[in-house]
Design a protein around this ligand. Structure first.
Ligand SMILES: [Cu+2]
Length: 240
């Protein structure tokens, strides 16, 4: 139909959703076909790459059981969440090999888009690079009444827009500037969506938008923008 259609070849990976109050996550290594016919050593929560989207509601009392089957020590940090230091999974909350860490807390955040990832000194970058990232969506009554799409996987999708270095053998390499743009660990992705407003929850570390589409941003770093939703000019996505 268009240049974009010819360019986008792979169905977007859409992480499964988990709802609470108990969330079971197992971190493990795996292999993922990112480039055609190549198995890339990767790691994920409950799968070979990425992690399920954790859907929470403000005020929920949640328990997260994080099991470490990675074969190396790690942590899991709830990036952006308002939780006590004991529960936030920073470098001090080490999960030993084979152990399970079970923080429990009340969700104090209002509606927001956040993410989770390992946060251990020295190894954060390597573990995140292999794919250990997942999204957290907090819902509340204000968001429910805002009329935004909120049917996860139907008209609401998480998008991790992250560049990665893939070496000559198609393996992840830790580094600052990637040579491959991945959306949910998918190269050249496409997504079939219903003919209506669709809501993308984005976590990105690259300058990028969603193809040639106008982007309406209603949150910045997990929070509502001060002036309400802002209309951005259409932007192109580029690899690297
Ligand atoms: Cu973080």
């Amino acid at each position: 139909m268009s240049v974009l259609t010819a360019w986008a070849q792979n169905p977007l990976r859409v992480p499964a959703a988990l709802t609470g109050p108990t969330y079971d996550l197992t971190m493990a290594e795996g292999a993922t076909e990112i480039l055609d016919g190549v198995q890339t050593v990767s790691a994920g929560y409950n799968g070979s790459i990425l992690g399920p989207t954790l859907i929470m509601s403000a005020g929920d009392n949640v328990v997260l059981n994080v099991s470490n089957a990675l074969g190396e020590v790690t942590t899991t940090h709830w990036h952006g969440m308002h939780v006590s230091p004991d529960n936030d999974g920073g470098p001090h909350s080490v999960i030993e090999v084979g152990a399970t860490w079970s923080p429990a807390f009340t969700v104090r955040d209002t509606a927001s888009t956040m993410w989770y990832h390992p946060h251990l000194h020295q190894t954060t970058n390597a573990q995140v690079t292999r794919g250990l990232v997942g999204m957290i969506l907090v819902r509340d009554e204000v968001e429910a009444e805002a009329g935004l799409p909120r049917d996860y996987g139907v008209d609401e999708y998480p998008l991790f827009l992250i560049d990665r270095i893939l070496d000559g053998n198609g393996q992840f390499e830790v580094g600052a500037l990637g040579n491959t743009l991945l959306v949910n660990a998918t190269v050249d992705p496409y997504l079939e969506v219903p003919a209506q407003m669709v809501r993308f929850r984005m976590v990105t570390r690259v300058q990028c938008g969603a193809g040639r589409r106008a982007v309406v941003q209603s949150r910045g770093d997990g929070w509502r923008t001060a002036r309400g939703p802002t209309q951005h000019d259409p932007v192109d996505s580029h690899a690297g």
